[in-house]
Ligand binder design. Sequence first.
Ligand code: NI
Length: 172
Amino acid sequence: MKIVYFGDPVLREECVDVVVNEKTVKIADEMLEALKLYKGFGLAGPQVGITKKIVVIRFNEEEEPLYVFNLKFLEHSQEQNLMEEGCLSLPGIWEKVVRPEKVRVSYQDRNGEEHVETLDGLEARVFQHEGDHLYGKLFIDHISLIKRKLLKKKLDKIRKGIILEEFLPESK
Ligand code: NI
């Protein structure tokens, strides 16, 4: 699976719920392979051109990857925090983003089992970042207009399909 970059309209689409079955788990398996190849923390359907609520998350090589289907946000904490984010669809761009510190989420795992969890720290951050993708949002939508203007040249390059080799898996 190839990563879809900023500028592709699919990244702005809203995703639909899925039934967890052999077919959708297979899509998630393939997304996980792409995630490993591109060395990211998380990958959402639209980033491989699929407008379905499928997310895969992998914090490190030792931990089991998470298969997150039909992710929903039930609660957000009032407290917020600031963390630097990047995105496989926006290679080379890193910006600090303010988001709620804790979130309560529901999702189904690869067996279709329902999970309701309260998350904080990096987990809360990655779930929110990936959750945004399911609604056509990107992390740069959260930063100030001034900061966004400063990124214009970089964003234009990505939009034109100019991706530095260091961000492509072949060079690794
Ligand atoms: Ni992303």
